[in-house]
Write a protein that binds this ligand. Structure first.
Ligand SMILES: Nc1nc2c(ncn2[C@@H]2O[C@H](COP(=O)(O)OP(=O)(O)OP(=O)(O)O)[C@@H](O)[C@H]2O)c(=O)[nH]1
Ligand SMILES: [Mg+2]
Length: 473
């Protein structure tokens, strides 16, 4: 059913809940016919013209309490605008009709129900975009970019997704593929006319051409880590002993009083998470329970969760209270171990940034290695932001990376490996293996690239990719 494209689908395209306007979208061969029954306007629908009309819903009159009368009656329920996008120049490539009414879940729900009563099927998640892909309006990278754009939590994420929707990666991959195709064609000609030897393409030239392709995949992959960070975001866990101000710092970074703050040590007992835009990066901040030995069963569980948060975080902010002597009592020693948990953190966390909080109070110790901040006054938070970006090693000022998606990264890596095998086989100093060997590896590289664009996507892959979309997209 997921891949049926012969029927007409319907869904609310705007987010759940109330809004100024709400849009119901239909796509498929019967879209216009079905909509006829839902509007009072009875002229032909002009392609791509907004037409003001009344929207009707077909209600079972019985449900309105008129006993015995089960006629379906059309009730005018809203004023709206209807727009018809004829195939093939629509979002899905099929006939699409959009009905905009006021953003009332009741009105929009009634319109969808009436459309379903008239023969439309309720759309599956992502099915409009899936149809756009199946009808060749967009490739798989662009379909994935639609999902990324909708999910973007920072302007940087949105721009990276839009670039892909706009086709930047599509074109880069298509360029590599075109060169590959040309090379394969010439090598095949040499195989088909063996008498001519390498006449169609000389062995050294093959190796050189493949080398150029490897360079292009390398350039794509070079920026991939940054791209992935932009797309997927990362996790930062705030850990430390009780009462040092972890939750206060969390709230200061989030910009709202999300986590409970009290002067009672052991206030936070569970992980509190919030997604924030940290200088363009999508960061999931995690506030944790203060680390201490305790017998309180709730707190014991909280501390266990703090440990888990440390294990999965991309960066840990280890927070101390600068207004109190360090708990290991070593603050007077020259050779002091900076932090009691430093060793422990070093073994569990991928990266640690040391933070001294409560810098608005008189300091009980100093240490150049820590970032001094005050969660209360906001002092030092700008420095902390910069140190976080530096610790994560992401240069956000540079151009947007063209590759951001792990699926694409894995496939480009595979294509690159196949190209390297082909290169080794083609090298004259390796005795220039027969064209067949080179060809097999080049074909592998091409097959990989076709998986990115979706030309070779399996149903499982498509189901997996579109399942994360919401209904109506
Ligand atoms: N003066 C000052 N007080 C702070 C600062 N940050 C936090 N506090 C105070 O320190 C106390 C503890 O703050 P929390 O944010 O609850 O500390 P926590 O580390 O989350 O504590 P637990 O959840 O119990 O582990 C509260 O009374 C805060 O108002 C700061 O920068 N300056
Ligand atoms: Mg707390």
């Amino acid at each position: 059913m997921m891949f049926s494209v012969t029927d007409t689908i319907v869904a609310i395209a705007t987010p759940p809940g109330r809004g100024g306007i709400g849009v119901v979208r239909l796509s498929g061969p019967a879209a216009c016919d079905i909509v006829r029954g839902l509007i009072t306007h009875d002229g032909a629908l002009q392609p791509r013209h907004a037409t003001l009309t009344r929207l009707r819903s077909h209600a079972e009159t019985a449900s309105f309490g008129v006993a015995g009368d089960v006629d379906r009656r059309a009730l005018t329920i809203d004023h709206g605008v209807v727009t018809f996008f004829p195939a093939p120049h629509s979002y899905t490539g099929e006939d699409v009709v959009e009905l905009s009414g006021h953003g009332s879940p009741v009105v929009l729900g009634a319109i969808v129900a009436s459309a379903a009563g008239a023969g439309a099927r309720l759309a599956e998640p992502g099915e409009f975009t899936l149809r756009a892909f199946l009808n060749g309006r967009i490739d798989l990278m662009q379909a994935e970019a639609v999902g990324d754009l909708i999910d973007a939590a920072t302007p940087l994420q949105a721009r990276a997704a839009f670039d892909q929707l706009d086709g930047t990666l599509t074109r880069t991959i298509a360029d590599i593929d075109a060169t590959l195709f040309d090379l394969i064609a010439r090598l095949e000609a040499s195989v088909d006319f063996p008498g001519e030897g390498y006449h169609f393409v000389e062995a050294g030239a093959v190796a050189l051409a493949i080398d150029g392709l490897i360079d292009r995949t390398r350039a794509l992959l070079a920026d991939a880590r940054r791209g992935r960070l932009i797309r997927e975001g990362l996790q930062i866990a705030i850990v430390g002993e009780p009462n040092v101000g972890k939750s206060s710092l969390f709230n200061a970074l989030v910009g709202s009083a999300r986590a409970i703050v009290t002067d009672v040590p052991g206030t936070t007992r569970d992980l509190v998470t919030e997604v924030v835009d940290l200088d363009g990066l999508r960061v999931t901040l995690v506030d944790t329970a203060g680390l201490r030995d305790t017998t309180d069963p709730i707190e014991v569980e909280g501390v266990a969760r703090s440990h888990q948060a440390v294990a999965v975080a991309d960066l840990v902010l280890s927070v101390e209270d600068q207004s109190r002597p360090r708990s290991n009592g070593s603050d007077s020693s020259e050779e002091r171990e900076p932090f009691r948990r430093a060793d422990w953190l070093a073994t569990r966390a991928s990266k640690v940034l040391y933070v001294a909080n409560k810098a608005d109070l008189a300091p009980a110790w100093r240490d150049d290695r820590v970032v001094a901040v005050s969660a209360v006054t906001g002092r030092g938070l700008d420095v902390l932001h910069r140190r976080i970006a530096a610790a994560l090693d992401v240069d956000l000022q540079r151009d947007r990376p063209s590759i951001t998606n792990v699926r694409h990264i894995a496939i480009v890596e595979r294509a690159q490996e196949a190209l390297m095998r082909a290169h080794a086989a083609a090298l004259p100093e390796n005795g220039s293996m027969p064209e067949e060997f080179v060809l097999a590896d080049l074909a592998d590289a091409r097959a990989a690239l076709e998986e990115i664009s979706g030309r070779r996507a399996t149903e499982d892959l498509l189901a997996h990719i579109f399942a994360r979309f919401c209904v109506g997209k």
